[in-house]
Design a protein around this ligand. Sequence first.
Ligand code: ADP
Ligand code: MG
Length: 576
Amino acid sequence: MRKLAVFLKPYAIFIAASLFFLVAQALAELNLPNLMAKMVDVGIKNGETPVIARLGATMLAVALVGGISSIMVSFFASRVAAGVTRDVRRAVFSSVIGFSSAETDSFSTASLITRTTNDVNQLLHLILMTLRMMCFAPVMGVGSLILAVRVCPSMSWILALAVGIVVAIIAGIFAVAMPKFRVVQKLVDRLNLVSREHLGGLMVIRAFGTEEFERGRFGKANADLTAVNLFVNRIITVMQPAMSFIMNGICLLIVWVGAREIAASRLLVGDMMAYIQYGMHVVMSFMIVSFLFIMIPRAAVSADRIAEVLGTEVSIANPARPESRDRSKRGLVEFRDVSFRYSGAEGDALRSISFTALPGQTTAFVGATGSGKSTLVNLIPRFYDATAGSVLVDGVDVRALSTGDLRSAIGFVPQKAGLMSGAVSTNLRYGNAGATDAEIGEAARVAQALDFIERLDGAFEAPVAGGGANLSGGQAQRLAIARALVKKPSIYIFDDSFSALDFKTDSALRKALRSYTSDATVLVVAQRIGTVMSADRIVVLDEGRVAGIGTHRELLDSCPLYREIAESQLTGEELA
Ligand code: ADP
Ligand code: MG
C-alpha cells in the first residue's frame, strides 16, 4: 500500500483542493442546524418575519456554499482517482513489458490481467471514497459532537449510547465478514485463470469430449465466488435497515428526553431540533468511518498485488554502463562453458556448453526434444541469463551490452510464430519499420511466403489475426521467418522454424536463405537431419550436454548419438 503512495504525489494540488472544499462543505453543513434553531426559537416563537427572512436567506446561502463545495470535492476527487489509476495501469504495463521470461514464468497471465483491471478498480474506489468520505466524516463527526454537547450537555449520554451501539455492530460485522472479503480477490483470480484456460483450449476440450468435466471445474470456481459475494451482500443488506433503526431510535430518544427538558424550560425547541441533526451526523460519521475500515483492507490486498508486480526485480536488467559491440567481430556468437538452470528446477537444463558460431556460416543444433536446444538459443538474446559461464555476442558478454543494442543485432524466429494482429505487411515490418515494399517482398520470397501471401485476399494488406490464428502453422512460420529477414540483422536464430514446412519448401527455403544471409551468422535448431546436414558446423545436444561438434561427415564417424539420429531418418544411400 505504502509503495503506491508515490502515485499520489503528482496530484498533491488536486488533493489539497478537494480537502479544502471538503472542510468548507463540513463547516457549511455544521452551521445549518444552528441557524435553523435560531430561526425556530427567535423568529417563529416571537413571530418576527424580518428575522425569519434574514435567517432563511443566510441558510440558503450557506446551503449553496455547501452544495457547491460538495460538487468541487467530487470533481477533484474524481480527477485524482482517475489520474492515479491511469498512472498505475501504465506503470504495471511497462513493468510487465520489461519482464524477462523468468518473471513472466512466475506470474500467471490471468493474474496479471486481474491485477491491471479488477485490482486497479478497487484502488480507484478506495481513492474516491477516502477523499470524499474519509476526511469528511471525522470533521463532521467531531464538529457535530462538540456542537451537540454545547447545545445540551445533559443529553450527551444518548450520543454515547448511539456511538457505542454502532461501534459494536460494525465490530461484529468486521470479525465475521473480513476474512471473506480477502478471499474474493483470490477467487476472481481463479475464475479468470479457469476462463482463460477454457477459451484457449476450446478445441482440445471438444476433441477430448471433456465439456462436462470443464463445466464442473468452471462451475466450482463460479459457485465459490457467488457464495462469497452473496454472503458479503447479505451482510450489507442487513446493515442498512439496522442502521436506519438505530438512527430512528436515537431520534425518538432525543425527542423523549428533550420534551422533558423543554417542559422544564431547560431547552428550546429549536435547539432540540438542532440536537437531533447533530446526533444524526455523529452516528453517520461513525458508520462511514467504520465502513471505510472494512474497505481499506480489501483495497490494501489489491494494492499489495499491484505493488508486487511493480516491485518485481527484473532479473535481466540493462548494465549501468553498457559496452559497445566489437565491430571487427560482427556476428560472432560464442558460448564459454555455459551452464543454465531454470529457477525452481531440479537440475541444469544446459551443462558446460562451449562453441563458437562464425559469421558467414550456419551452425546447427540437433538433439532429442527436451535436450535444451531452445534453452540454448534463448540465452543469446538474453531471454534468460546463463547460471554459469558466459555468452558472447560480437566479442562482448551479453550481460555487458544494453538489451536494446544486443537484440537489434539478432533476428529471432521463435518456435511459436507469435504474430501480432494487423496486416501481413505490418507484421513483416515489425522489426524494421522503415523497410520498403521491395525489401519485404524480397524477404517474403526468400521465406517461401510470397506465393501464399499473394493468394490471400488483399495480399500484403491481408489481415492477420492475433497469434496468426487465421493462418496454417506452416504459413505462420514462414511469415515469422520473413519478419526476421526484413530486419537484416547480423545474427539469425531459427528455433525449430522449419518443422511445420514440407520437405520441398524446407529445402527451397534453405537454398534461398543461404544467399540472402551470406555474411550473417545463422543458428538453426532443427529436428530433421535433412535440415542441418549442409550446415558448416553441427552441435549435437544430449540432456543439456554437448555430445559432439563437427560437420555432418565428421559427426557420422565420431558421434554415436548423431549417427543414431541420422540412421533413423536417412536412407543408407544418404548416409554413405
Ligand atoms: P528443446 O528445445 O531441445 O526441445 P528445451 O530447451 O525447450 O528443449 O527444454 C530443455 C529442458 O528445460 C526440458 O527438460 C524442459 O522441461 C525444461 N524447460 C524448458 N522451459 C522451461 C521453463 N520455462 N521452466 C522450467 N523448465 C523449462
Ligand atoms: Mg525447443
